[in-house]
Design a protein around this ligand. Structure first.
Ligand code: SF4
Length: 169
């Protein structure tokens, strides 16, 4: 599997392993609880891709907000007292991908939990934190494995086929 496909997966793993204290120092925003009109959600069917950062990811939904689009990431559990740092940085990655693919920077993203939703400001500080972590991931990926199978059928069914440079089809 190519390195860029792994980016967001590894992002989640790294962030779970990171300490709460360190991320507080990085300035991860705590977010604000909002009510979300789910009738306005637009499902995202294709991954978003930034070729400069070799970053791909797919938020669950987008919602139109003025002239920009806001990514919405859905989590199945109840809302925590403050959003998990891994969720916030995953959302920041989606904000970046939305900006890259639409040319318009979203002012915020939304983390939707089962019982409520958090509005997370996409600040320049959060973006900087995201880039620092992606750089850390990139260095770690220097030793990442290549495609782990020889099955064209797996590639045909893969959601990342259009942006994969190791596809068998
Ligand atoms: S297209 Fe094939 S090689 Fe590429 S990520 Fe998907 S399954 Fe892996």
């Amino acid at each position: 599997m190519p390195a860029h496909i792994l980016s967001l997966l590894i992002l989640g793993i790294l962030l779970i392993l990171s300490s709460r204290r360190r991320l507080k120092v990085l300035g991860i925003p705590s977010g604000r609880l909002i009510s979300l009109d789910t009738s306005r959600l637009i499902p995202v069917t294709e991954p978003l891709y930034d070729p400069d950062l070799s970053l791909t990811g797919r938020p669950d939904y987008l919602v139109q907000h003025g002239r920009s689009r806001i990514p919405v990431e859905v989590k199945s559990g109840r809302a925590p007292q403050r959003p998990h740092r891994s969720h916030v940085l995953q959302l920041a990655a989606y904000c970046h991908l939305v900006e890259t693919t639409t040319g318009k920077r979203p002012a915020h993203g939304i983390l939707k939990y089962a019982d409520s939703a958090y509005k997370i400001q996409y600040t320049h500080s959060l973006q900087k934190d995201l880039f620092q972590i992606l750089e850390t991931i990139r260095k770690a990926q220097d030793s990442s494995p290549s495609r782990s199978h020889n099955s064209p059928n797996k590639c045909r069914a893969c959601g990342y086929l259009s942006s994969c440079d190791q596809s068998l089809v």
